[in-house]
Design a protein around this ligand. Sequence first.
Ligand SMILES: N[C@@H](CCC(=O)N[C@@H](CS)C(=O)NCC(=O)O)C(=O)O
Length: 256
Amino acid sequence: MKNLSSQQKQLRLITIPVSHYCEKARWALTKLKLPYVEEAHMPPFHRLATNRVCGKSTPVLVTEDGVFTDSTDILQYLDKIAPDNAKLYPSDPQLRRQVEELEDLFDEQLGTATRRWGYFYTINDSKFIQKRWTQGVPSFEEALFPVVYPFMRPVVRKAFNITPESAAQAYEQIKSIFEKVNELLADGRTYLVGNRFSAADITFAALAAPVISPPEHPIKPRHEQELPDSVASEISAFRKTPAGAYVLRLYRDRNS
Ligand SMILES: N[C@@H](CCC(=O)N[C@@H](CS)C(=O)NCC(=O)O)C(=O)O
């Protein structure tokens, strides 16, 4: 495996741009200052690109060392090729375990909950979804949105189990993970683990972004006027928590 300095072939990141799991991978690439091209697609066209490299969901990272089809595998690969002074995972095994445990918790519970919460409020607003799904995708995919979305809406609803009950449950789950992060931050630490920025911070901020709507997010944030009042007030309440303020801070520093 080549290290960062000898990496020759440009990395290719296949995304659905609005996906917060894709944002996790994008942030890691940006943080490590790795040159890459993002190949953005709208559902279901992403499958044409991911299937071609034996993947399914996005993000997928195509490298000369292989294809990585899960955001955590992508971060672990990038960490291996990153120089020693820019690691995403601590070298200390105990701290590394803490980072990996938080990353798994955020991937498995926070990311699915914020996605469910977001779609519950917006899935019937096709104008809103159109703006979110078509940013940066090829123009023929964008042009096909009005044809495709009526078929995709029930697919999304089923795949992500979007119901009033599941959305209410997701909201409680997000609150409980935010509570856990509030507790971690209560001792005044600068980062979630070991006082160094890590994969745990990227994963938390990227996957919490739908309920925080950070202004610096690379995918254009929603205008507050576009959101139902209840959503805007829930975002505002999440932002006021220590965990929410932490996400806003990480996004302010995202590109530095
Ligand atoms: N565990 C995966 C989750 C990725 C995921 O759920 N991606 C969604 C977008 S948010 C996706 O591409 N869904 C479309 C599909 O599965 O075809 C990861 O961390 O990469």
